[in-house]
Design a protein around this ligand. Sequence first.
Ligand code: HEC
Ligand code: HEC
Length: 437
Amino acid sequence: MLPPQITAMHLFSARIRRRTKAPFLLFFLSSITAGAISGGDDSSVDSSHRVGLADSRSGYESEAYRTDSKVIIEASGIRQSLHKLRDETPLGLPIVKEGASAAEIDLGRELFFDRRLSANDTLSCAMCHIPEQGFTQNELATPVGHQGKGVRRNVPSLYNVVFVKQLFLDGRESSLVEQIWSPLLAHNEMANQNRQSVMAKIAANESYAQRFETLYPEGLSERSLGWALSAYQRALLSGDSDFDRWYFANGSVSKDPYPSEAAFGFALFKEKGCSSCHQLGDNNGLFSDGGFHNTGVGYRRQQRGVQLDSVQLAPGVYVVPLVSAETETFVDNGRLEVTGHSGDRWRYRTPSLRNVAITFPYMHDGSLPTLESVVAYYAGNGSDDPLQDVRISDMTITVDEQQALVAFLRTLTSNQVDALVSDARSVVIGERGAAGL
Ligand code: HEC
Ligand code: HEC
């Protein structure tokens, strides 16, 4: 948050400083605003808890600022045969029976990366489900959608989404084909006016229209749009982790022995009851029972309150909103919103733990930044919510055990991740100004 004495002049200066690199100006500015325009140094901005407020990074205005995000100039990845990978069933995953063709997956991939699918041609599915960031967002607790509006929940990874029976963290949707309308129409996500406007836009693009005609007997329809987008998402299969090689293939395909600390961690994972919710079977496993449980995170969020102390408008520019414009969207009751049962308040779907090391930050509100913090949260018996699952209220986990659990969780990252990221970047991103749409 900017100290109150900071005036419009200072903000203006900050902008000049970004545009010009003139040393005299830097000197001048640093002498009048020492510390002030480095708004990010303010420790009152609590980056661990930013429900709905999105970007809490700081220090953009500094020449030294570095981001892990990469500018994507052209399609630089290598196309993979995702349908073949699927048919071979990656180690550790259940079999996927139905299967989209390579051409459907290709069409879906293109749509997934097309920014023109949003109302003002800026936001693609892939900008929230970022391939290089585990098909989620690593840098934001909760995402930013249309015109900078906040979205209340952390972005779930789309790896292995084909196995998710009840979609969204509260399980309100069961079909990937129907699911697309939620982000496409949400006012704070892609903000399209209605289904018709989306259909009309895609139909106006000759290349898309033609491909839908070729692929589906009914041509382009709301349903076939859903089929195409889901074809790509269903193909994002990722198993074959170090854990899978050790556990499901008895180490027979491993180059290196499975680390003993991780093996100890897995034993603890069963012993402490983690695997009663994050379940796995004898031949394969998703580390989820698909059920909805209360881990106390919703209660904890409510106790700490939504912090509307400052909002970052532009790099280094913070304001305190006079009205809490979107406060109502920050209310999140979890599964209760779907069932209406008060006991379902703050229950969320058990997430798969596959690839969990690369899908930070964690929990439905993105409030826990690291695996260490998640395990420490369990070790501290969650929150004081009387409705919290008793399995969590009873856990005892020593510091050494916490380390071993984290070591185990880190072995769940698929060896297919690099290939899937490269495949994702084998499409040219659909932008405003390109043909059609
Ligand atoms: C503004 C960011 C944003 C955009 C754009 C976006 N998503 Fe999402 N997506 C989310 C968030 C946040 C959730 C979780 C919402 C919830 O649980 O209520 C989600 C959930 C999902 C889920 C459910 C996953 C699960 O594990 O339950 C799927 C599938 C999905 N999105 C696909 C898409 C597709 C396809 C598009 C493009 C048409 C898209 N998303 C665009 C943020 C976004
Ligand atoms: C009672 C069921 C239950 C038990 C027991 C349980 N979990 Fe969870 N776990 C969940 C649910 C539900 C969430 C999601 C909570 C949310 O979104 O707020 C979760 C979230 C997580 C996450 C974050 C994943 C992500 O993508 O956000 C990790 C890591 C995790 N659990 C590991 C563990 C470990 C390790 C244990 C044992 C010490 C454990 N869990 C015990 C149900 C459980």
